[in-house]
Design a binder for this molecule. Structure first.
Ligand code: DGY
Length: 323
């Protein structure tokens, strides 16, 4: 019997690509070239499974292509706001993702940005590299304490809880959060976490606000100018969720006016394009979507996709079906 045909849109960790080659008639993207909408359409017409990832756009216009052979989109990544879910449903496409394995590494990057923003790490690095540092002095580059400060989490899923554990047990931070329904009591007890009644309450009360909600229409520009206006002038905003959760124009206004102390971003509206005006600001730390970028995590994500494909082709229950 011929092997199922599987299409991988970007380069994956080598060990996972080797396993794919053993099991499937697989087309890899060894050059890691970003593919076009036409190439995605071609893949949907000619492969049994297509495995897109976070940086690939699959709008309705692509998913509605005629004469599709593909039955499953096995996404490499937990977030899937780059795929038009309604169009996928309408086309009877199955969709899977890779939850659970990138929790700790993404929470680590959120903590990295929190520390960078609080202690002006990126700014200090730029100063030393540009040979503009003229020595220690008592008032040079003073910054904010992390230990004992209040961390406010918008969303309280796996990644937010992992960040809360690191912040509370490692840095003695007080944890507050907003999520529509209260979190499990055993989790909030261990973290001594308090649920706020609204996002506004988190914005007003936290020294560090970290975003952990999914991307998509319901959270588009959730953090807008009104929300920034509620923050303490000493507070910091951290975004490792999705770029369009934050209104970039409002963030730029706020940082320019120094109405908050700083921000740390791992994700951007219109990624991979980064608004040039952000690059000119000193009070922001910028990372290139590194949340899950450890060798172990990216390998585990690839293995999750393999498990989902295996379940699909052996007609078993899919471990991570989202549609
Ligand atoms: C995801 O999987 O959605 C992450 O953003 C990748 O780091």
């Amino acid at each position: 019997m011929s092997k199922p045909k599987v299409f991988i849109t970007r380069k994956w960790p080598a060990s996972v690509e080797e396993r794919l080659k053993l099991r499937y008639d697989v087309t890899l993207n060894l050059d890691d070239r970003p593919l076009t909408a036409e190439e995605f359409k071609h893949a949907l017409q000619n492969y049994d499974a297509v495995c897109p990832t976070v940086c690939d756009s699959f709008p309705a216009e692509v998913l509605n292509v005629e004469n599709k052979r593909c039955k499953i989109l096995a996404n490499f990544g937990v977030g899937y706001n780059h795929i038009d879910v309604d169009a996928a449903k309408a086309q009877n496409l199955i969709m899977t993702n890779t939850p659970g394995v990138l929790t700790e590494s993404t929470a680590d990057i959120a903590m990295t940005l929190l520390l960078m923003s609080a202690r002006r790490g990126a700014e200090g690095d730029r100063l030393v590299r540009s040979k503009q540092w003229h020595g220690w002095c008592p008032t040079h580059m003073m910054s904010s304490d992390v230990t004992g400060a209040t961390l406010g989490l918008i969303g309280f899923g796996r990644i937010a809880q992992a960040m809360a554990r690191k912040a509370h047990h490692g840095f003695g931070m007080k944890i507050i959060y907003f999520k529509p329904s209260p979190a499990d009591q055993s989790i909030t007890d261990t973290l001594q976490a308090t649920r706020c009644n609204s996002i506004e309450e988190v914005m007003q009360s936290a020294d560090f606000v970290s975003l952990h909600c999914p991307g998509g229409d319901s959270t588009h520009h959730l953090i807008n100018q009104q929300m920034f206006n509620l923050m303490k002038p000493t507070a910091h905003l951290i975004n490792t969720a999705r770029g369009d959760v934050v209104d970039t124009q409002a963030l730029i206004n706020t940082l320019k006016a120094k109405s908050i102390a700083g921000a740390g971003l791992d994700v951007y509206e219109g990624e991979p394009n980064v608004d040039e005006r952000l690059l000119e600001l000193e009070n922001i730390s910028l990372l290139p979507h590194l949340g899950s970028a450890t060798i172990a995590t990216r390998t585990a994500m690839g293995e999750k996709v393999l498990n989902n494909l295996e379940a699909y082709f052996s007609q078993n229950t899919l471990p991570d079906q989202v549609v």
